[in-house]
Design a protein. Structure first.
Length: 108
């Protein structure tokens, strides 16, 4: 693995690419971000994050078939790579380990 860092937004996008498995393209990813986080990223910010993730080797693209409702344009579908899955696992494990360091300070 390349040892590249995942930013918070990149991690969120990468998680959704994996969760949408085969149905991850700009609009579906944006809609899921809005539904799950109540954030409203611009499509430009989303595509910038997807381009960075592709350069890091964490996603790959596939061109889908054209659709009448899109004027015959084809969708660019994003797929999680093995390296992307590994990056998510590293990030998840780090967050879990750091969370475990927080002392239980609740007073009952």
């Amino acid at each position: 693995m390349k040892g590249t860092h995942l930013g918070e937004f990149e991690e969120l996008v990468l998680l959704l690419v994996g969760a949408l498995h085969g149905n991850a393209y700009g609009v579906t990813i944006k809609n899921e971000i809005e539904a799950k986080t109540k954030r409203r990223p611009s499509i430009g910010a989303l595509h910038s994050a997807l381009n960075r993730l592709e350069k890091k080797g964490f996603v790959q693209t596939e061109i889908g078939h054209g659709h009448e409702d899109r004027g015959g344009r084809r969708k660019k579908i994003y797929l999680l790579t093995r390296e992307g899955q590994e990056a998510l696992t590293v990030s998840h494990n780090l967050r879990h380990d750091l969370f475990q360091l927080i002392p239980n300070t609740s007073t009952s």
